[in-house]
Ligand binder design. Structure first.
Ligand code: ADE
Ligand code: ZN
Ligand code: ZN
Length: 261
């Protein structure tokens, strides 16, 4: 996601934090976040191209071999150097508290939980998750990855949300409460009471990438109303799921009640 998508994921998550989680997260947040996780959720994108942080670049995605619509940890996350491996790693830092910098671990978990839900962050290696699929979004030259990271959200803000991200976030919170409420418990849970299950989120993403993101979006095409209107629901649902799962994970980590794990 771009800045807006990550902000929305973390804002939704914070509204689902339990009391202990909110206290623990606020203790870890840098002062300039002003108690708001969403304010710092794009930090891993700001640093990933700096030489000293270059090793984090590959942690934002987990691409599959070309036209492979299934995700496999051992094949797509060599040595844990991918988004699912990073989520496992930084969650375990927060659980066992052995990381020298738990603030960093919190920001990485919060950011990567967003990215793993963007379908094209589990795209194909051959086109770098749609980055090399050059096409037009209405009359603008861009690429497929950017369409899914930003453009669909930007167009939705203009068309439906009075150009306001907070209006969009409120609408998603409303959909969570009244539309998706029956699905939320299944989104929150992980098999075998694991703290987090990023392999499940990645499998859903590559499935959605094949069925919706890549479909009818080849190099040189122009995407417009049809693509926008049919994919917006997927983008909104993935942002909402990312927020719910980030909250559920942090609630499991920081809940003082160990029964809840
Ligand atoms: N670079 C290579 N693959 C990528 C992906 N799926 N998302 C973002 N950047 C990438
Ligand atoms: Zn992206
Ligand atoms: Zn990212």
């Amino acid at each position: 996601w771009g800045v807006g998508g990550h902000y929305a994921v973390c804002k939704i998550a914070q509204s689902y934090f339990e009391k202990n989680t909110l206290v623990a997260v606020k203790k870890l947040l840098p002062a300039y976040a002003n108690g708001e996780l969403a304010a710092v959720c794009s930090w891993p994108d700001e640093i990933k191209r700096r030489p000293e942080w270059n090793w984090t670049y590959a942690l934002h995605y987990a691409d599959t071999p070309n036209y492979e619509c299934n995700y496999e940890y051992s094949r797509d996350c060599r040595n844990g150097k991918c988004v699912t491996g990073a989520i496992f790693n930084y969650v375990s830092h927060l659980v066992f508290q052995f990381h020298y910098n738990l603030t960093e671990a919190l920001l990485f978990v919060s950011h990567f939980m967003g990215d793993v839900h963007q379908p094209l962050h589990e795209g194909f290696k051959g086109d770098q998750g749609g980055n090399n699929v050059k096409l037009n979004w209405y009359n603008q030259e861009t690429n497929l990855h950017r369409v899914c990271d930003d453009k669909i959200i930007e167009s939705a803000l203009k068309k439906y949300y009075n150009s306001s991200l907070s209006v969009m976030i409120h609408s998603l919170l409303n959909k969570l409460e009244y539309g998706w409420s029956n699905d939320v418990p299944s989104w929150e849970s992980c098999p075998g009471h694991q703290t987090v299950c990023p392999n499940r989120y990645a499998s859903e993403s590559i499935d959605l990438a094949c069925k919706y993101a890549y479909k009818d979006a080849t190099t040189g095409t122009t995407l417009g109303d049809y693509y926008f209107l049919s994919r917006l629901y997927i983008v909104e649902k993935r942002i909402a799921q990312g927020g719910i799962r980030l909250a559920a994970t942090l609630n499991r980590i920081f809940s003082s009640n160990s029964e809840a794990r």
